[in-house]
Design a protein around this ligand. Sequence first.
Ligand SMILES: [Zn+2]
Length: 313
Amino acid sequence: MARNKVQFQKGMSVTEFQKLYGTEEQCYDALYSWRWPEGFKCPLCGHDKSCRIAQRKMHQCNRCHHQTSLIAGTIFESTKLPLVTWFLAMFFITQEKKGISAMELRRLLGISYNAAWRIKQKLMQVMMERDHDKPLSGFIELDDAYLGGERTGCKPGRGAEGKTPFVAAVETTDEGHPTRIKLTVVEGFRSAEIAKWSKQHLTPGSTVISDGLPCFNAVSEAGCLHDRIVCGGGRASVEEPEFYWVNTILGNLKSALRSTYHAIRPKYAQRYLAEFQYRFNRRFDLSALIPRLAVMAARTAPMPERLLKIGLA
Ligand SMILES: [Zn+2]
């Protein structure tokens, strides 16, 4: 089951990447077509003709002479790095199966650690915003999970101090194959919190399977059917066939995070979860990940470092 076509999918090679996005001009043209698919439009007067000035980095409207840049108003805004560096970062972030740390990006891109960290956090932010409004539907395996500690299954003491609680949900087909996942940091496993989460992330009419944790009953407030499987407790519970995918994916998530990152600060946890989720949900088409991410990046509002560092908790 695990050794499927996803695992052996090639993704994009460095050579292919270089052919498409190897020069600043290629990256610029690609981003231009993604940002302004219908061609340039002056943000001030709506005119559609412009000329490029200041080392061709700015677009000046031919009618009102307003100047704007391709990256203004996007997540790339105010970057001092060339677009090729951003595209390479998108290549590494989307094509590395276990993700890539800011430290590793720094080395591969030859930039400072802080610059690498900003790129990484900004692109994770794009991934997070992208998946936010796509609710799961059909059959869903649901579980409580924690970052920063071992999973405790049904044992007492779930949600120990210092861990970041998150909801892990896996949407499966009628045949039981996983399609998409949602990993969402929550304040805790309380009914009100799960009700809020369900209304945002589940399509009414879906069937949800969870273990005996009482708060999961709240999925019914979002119009979902709920099937509780009360497990006997201890590690045996994680082997219940009903929870095969959610347990498998949580296992993969934890091993990926452990092998890639030293530690994840709770306030940034949602972005790391979103990154894993984004890649998982698009695993059938790895080479399309770069343009898809770049299109979204061009549509995501700028994120100054101050905001970036507030995080989400
Ligand atoms: Zn104009």
